[in-house]
Design a protein. Structure first.
Length: 296
């Protein structure tokens, strides 16, 4: 029977489980008939409630020092902005384009992490990131009709890289559930403050979810957010940020496959997707191999 003997082996399992669940978020976002701001707001409300109930029934502590509390609030605001850009990308293009652009998160991490965390620059990380970008280019090439969605997708990747980089220190100091709860709650509080302005200017066609929307939102908020964040934060304890972000390049593959089956988006894509997907997966495998060689 397969056994997970080391914390790092468990971390890789947690990482890929989180990526599989993250892969559902794009499909669910496409299926939920709410505009971006409201979709993210309901998602965060459900997740905060789910996490609070988990904390209450498991009798976990939420004590934290004031500096870390404010830092978590800032990181949670970044998470909220990341989600706004991500679902904006889906609404303005499609699931395939949005998830493909999100794969550029590895490149942004390779550039930003040495600056933010003052760590030694690794040329192999940049090489693997560029390899992934080549794959991304081949996936969609030039689709001018989806330009706005592509821009939102790149912004989501950029903000997401910052989120994971800054989260590394917080996960090292506090439990994943505490980190997640404060970040989601802070992001929700900031978004709630701006919600009246959003409703006034965006003028959404409906404010309340339909029955199907509620079902999809519950899956999105509990399984694909609460559970997924806990898995990814636990993985971050034993894996570096770049490994997690570059492995997220697998997420477009999982999600786009689902989009093919559910929304028939394969009719909008071409051979470049299949070649690009292979290049992205190759970059993930090679990066993991060289990471293991470097630490051997």
């Amino acid at each position: 029977m397969f056994a997970l003997d080391t914390p790092k082996q468990k971390a890789y399992v947690y990482m890929h489980l989180s990526i599989l669940l993250w892969g559902l978020t794009g499909v669910l976002g496409k299926g939920i008939e709410l505009q971006t701001g409201l979709l993210v707001w309901y998602r965060m409300v459900i997740t905060v409630i789910s996490m609070f109930l988990f904390i209450f029934f498991t009798k976990r502590s939420l004590s934290i020092n004031l500096p870390d509390f404010f830092r978590l609030c800032g990181i949670g605001t970044l998470l909220m902005i990341h989600w706004l850009f991500f679902y904006g990308a889906i609404k303005y293009s499609n699931v395939s384009i949005a998830l493909t652009m999100l794969a550029s998160q590895g490149l942004f991490t390779a550039i930003l992490e040495p600056i933010v965390r003052r760590k030694k620059f690794q040329w192999d990380e940049m090489i693997f990131s560029i390899t992934a970008i080549v794959g991304i280019y081949l996936v969609f090439r030039v689709e001018e009709i989806f330009l706005k969605g592509m821009i939102f997708g790149l912004l989501a990747a950029f903000v997401g890289a910052f989120f994971n980089i800054l989260n590394k220190d917080m996960v090292a100091k506090h439990t994943p559930i505490l980190v997640s709860f404060y970040e989601i709650a802070a992001g929700l509080a900031v978004l709630t403050l701006f919600m009246p302005l959003y409703i006034h200017y965006a003028q959404p066609n409906k404010l309340m979810p339909s029955q199907l929307d509620w079902v999809l939102l519950l899956v999105l908020g509990v399984l694909c957010t609460h559970v997924t964040i806990l898995l990814s934060l636990e993985a971050l304890k034993h894996l570096n940020v770049f490994t997690l972000n570059l492995s997220l390049n697998l997420e477009p593959i999982y999600t786009i496959t689902l989009a093919f089956l559910i929304f028939h988006e394969n009719k909008e894509l071409h051979w470049g997707f299949f070649v690009g997907a292979g290049i992205i997966m190759l970059s993930v495998v090679l990066e993991a191999y060289f990471q293991s060689r470097r630490k051997a």
